[in-house]
Design a protein around this ligand. Structure first.
Ligand SMILES: Cc1cc2nc3c(=O)[nH]c(=O)nc-3n(C[C@H](O)[C@H](O)[C@H](O)COP(=O)(O)O)c2cc1C
Length: 202
């Protein structure tokens, strides 16, 4: 099983990174043979989607419709394509995903998704170009909002979950909201992150 861990924190070695590493450790402790690659989005030149819609409207039966922008996403696309499972780790910024993560997700939307989906009566929503089934776990960190208030502010998990479902055919099998880390530290969350990794290996 090939696993891609995607970190969207500008602070390497801090909370998000540490919890992702614990999830990776949990994954490695399982029986399954896993090949894991970890990337930090801040190491890549990820430009904004220009809404040219070339990727969306290209007539192709391929699993992927290339983007016209030539940037760091060209290194990331094949890694996403090859992955059977994904680990997302990200801080929460003003209640939302950091800009770099949203930009990354926008760039996945129509390259991996085709506009043949229907929501209620509306056609043209993304459905995965590929039938390859993926699984994912999501780790969110934040400074002050405790987990009991997660439902009021956790749009980050939702944004990731929906995009990867609609474009990557990825089912989110678990998530961790590591809240209030400025006061609680990481200890209450380490084992849960490890268990999340184990869950992904099952
Ligand atoms: C621009 C910005 C906005 C933030 N907004 C929030 C927020 O809305 N709620 C919160 O609890 N923490 C917020 N934080 C704190 C981060 O979520 C926290 O520092 C981060 O999860 C730590 O992860 P790291 O150790 O991997 O950097 C914000 C941080 C930044 C830089």
């Amino acid at each position: 099983m090939k696993v891609l861990a995607i970190v969207a924190s500008p602070r390497k070695g801090k909370s998000t990174d540490t919890l992702v590493d614990r999830a990776v450790a949990g994954l490695r402790s399982g029986d399954r043979k896993v090949k894991i690659e970890k990337v930090n989005l801040y190491d890549f030149d990820i430009q904004f989607c220009k809404n040219c819609l070339v990727c969306r409207d290209r007539e192709t039966d391929e699993d992927f419709s290339p983007c016209i922008i030539k940037d760091g996403m060209n290194e990331l696309y094949p890694k996403v394509m090859a992955a059977d499972a994904l680990i997302f780790g990200t801080p929460l910024h003003m209640g939302y995903p950091p800009g770099i993560l949203m930009t990354f997700l926008e760039r996945l939307c129509w390259t991996f998704g085709k506009p043949e989906g229907k929501v209620l009566t509306v056609y043209g929503c993304p459905v995965p170009r590929s039938s390859k089934e993926r699984s994912a776990v999501i780790i969110i960190t934040n400074g002050i909002i405790p987990p009991m208030y997660r439902r009021f502010c956790d749009d980050t998990t939702k944004a990731i979950k929906q995009t990867i479902r609609d474009s990557l055919n990825a089912r989110t099998v678990g998530s961790l909201y590591a809240g209030d880390i400025e006061n609680r530290g990481l200890d209450p969350y380490l084992e849960r992150a490890e268990n999340l990794g184990k869950k992904l290996s099952r």
